[in-house]
Design a binder for this molecule. Sequence first.
Ligand code: HEC
Length: 126
Amino acid sequence: MKTKFFLPFALLIFVLLAACGSSPEPAVSASFGDATAGKAKFESTCIACHGVDAKGMPNLGKDLTTSEFVITTGDAELVAFITQGRPPFDTANTTGIDMPPKGGNPALTEDDLKNIVAYLRTLQEP
Ligand code: HEC
């Protein structure tokens, strides 16, 4: 008799736990990448246009520390964006200047880009 009652109850608990586990990840997670490694990669590629500490370079690349786009875009989406870039003919382009795919450095891996995003997160000044 007891097991008949217990089994559906156990199933209910299991389903509830499974539902909790599948809740969506927050857009910004602390463990996304290694900011120190990202800084080194940023300084080997992105710094040419986005400047020291990602403060931007006139007519080359935007300030990423105050960028509304960076602040409001999730980590994974930002990695996808950097992979693709934003050419001047893209309607989302705001300067008429090319943001090349991977900043023009095809050697950057997805992990490198994750680390760069982690680094950018440490610079944000909302
Ligand atoms: C050759 C110059 C150049 C390089 C190198 C470069 N970028 Fe860019 N980036 C740009 C330009 C120009 C824009 C602005 C595009 C526009 O007008 O919308 C931009 C835009 C961005 C944006 C969006 C900012 C916003 O507010 O819309 C991000 C994020 C970004 N770059 C990240 C990177 C990262 C990370 C790297 C290194 C992997 C990198 N960029 C390398 C030129 C560059």
